[in-house]
Design a protein around this ligand. Structure first.
Ligand SMILES: Cc1ncc(COP(=O)(O)O)c(C=O)c1O
Length: 385
């Protein structure tokens, strides 16, 4: 047997990764841990994929993406930004995962500082470490929005800032004012911004969602990351994209081409159908999430030791608890009691003392999960109203 030692980049991720190892779910467990819609992909998208396969979309395609899809995505981002994006400012990727990887590897050099407001999606810091960079976490304000003073203090010298808006795991939608403050703090610097807007179609407020590309002062330094996974219930299809300055996109394209090659031809044709139908395909799902969110919050109101701000977007509740137990241990205990949740510590140091509960599960599952959580907290000594 050769004596294998993982590369130092892999070892760094293994040492620091906040992602907990997950074993198989115990039989009969219910899950509010899931980060994906439980809906089927809408039919017009599935039909477009079948049609594409039957008509020969089974070959390699342009490594930056199917030209028609790139052009449609450029139009989509242009409408969002009220500013024209050209197709060479778009890179089609294997989901947002590969989009984030391509952007981070295109930008981050050994030792580069990357500012990451937390709690946040744990992939960001893993990717930064794989690329040799140094993630710098910035804790949030009490309401889980950005602590602007802490953010301003962390920014000098950063090569990149990465965040998700709406935020996984907190459900916060970062406002135009927060984004303005970020833009002002970055004025006259070369710091780039990677804005992961994976959940932008899942927002519950009436105001127009504030995409980073819609702010004129932020746009020139913004790499916009999007995916069809959450908005169109397409997690298994693996289709995402980046939009940004042409030179950054060309560099990200080189990374993506080296790691991934071209994206599945038929999936790109299906993505084109999704984009052409638009987010109206997602409206019934959004209505269901809203109803589930209300059910979950009704139930949370009955558990004295859990409290969460009502999410402005995403399908996550980030519930704070007041117990002398680490979130990984509490999640493990709940797992033993037949309910899967995500420990808050997975999302950064400030996530400790929280559980992430997903309401991308249907209402009977939510009730069962909340019954089990209540019962577990009760039997382990916590008062349930
Ligand atoms: C904030 C955020 N960005 C990106 C992703 C990855 O999405 P994809 O399925 O497109 O790789 C996820 C998945 O959970 C996510 O929560």
């Amino acid at each position: 047997m050769p004596n294998f030692q993982a590369s130092s980049a892999v070892a760094a991720v293994q040492r620091h990764s906040l992602r907990p190892p997950f074993g198989p779910a115990p039989a009969g467990a219910v899950s509010v841990a899931i980060g994906e819609p439980d809906f089927d992909t809408p039919d017009p998208i599935v039909s477009a994929a079948v049609e594409a396969l039957r008509s020969g979309a089974t070959h390699y395609v342009d490594q930056h993406g199917d030209p028609e899809l790139r052009s449609a995505l450029a139009d989509t981002v242009s409408a969002l930004a009220t500013h024209t994006y050209q197709p060479d400012q778009i890179l089609v990727t294997h989901g947002a995962t590969a989009a984030l990887a391509a952007a981070i590897f295109a930008i981050v050099d050994n030792g580069d500082k990357v500012v990451i407001p937390e709690p946040c999606y744990s992939l960001y810091s893993d990717l930064v470490r794989l690329a040799g960079g140094a993630p710098v976490f910035v804790p949030p304000a009490d309401d889980l929005h950005w602590d602007l003073d802490a953010l301003r203090a962390a920014l000098p010298g950063a090569k990149l800032v990465v965040f998700s808006n709406p935020c996984n795991p907190t459900g916060v939608v970062h406002s135009r004012n927060e984004l303005h403050a970020l833009a002002s703090a970055l004025r006259a610097t070369d710091t780039l911004v990677l804005s992961d807007e994976a959940y932008s179609a899942i927002v519950y407020q009436d105001d127009v969602f504030p995409s980073a590309v819609s702010l004129e002062e932020l746009r020139p330094r913004t790499i916009y990351c999007q995916t069809l996974s959450k908005s169109y219930a397409m997690t298994g299809w693996r289709l995402g994209y980046l939009a940004g300055p042409a030179d950054v996109i060309a560099a990200a394209g080189l990374v993506h081409r080296s790691f991934n090659g071209s994206v599945n031809a038929a999936v790109q044709r299906a993505a084109l159908a999704a984009v052409q139908h638009g987010t109206k395909l997602a409206e019934p799902m959004l209505a269901a999430y809203r109803e589930r969110r209300d059910v979950l919050f009704d139930r949370l109101a009955g558990i004295a030791e859990l409290s969460a701000p009502v999410p402005e977007g995403t399908f996550y509740a980030f519930a704070r608890y007041d117990l002398p137990i680490a979130s990984t241990e509490l999640a493990a205990g709940l797992r033993g009691a037949g309910v899967l949740v995500r420990p808050g510590a997975e999302f950064g140091p400030s996530g400790e003392g929280h559980l992430r509960l997903s309401f991308a599960a249907d209402i009977p599952v939510l009730h069962k999960a909340m019954d089990r959580i209540s019962e577990y907290l009760y039997t382990t000594g916590v008062t349930v109203e």
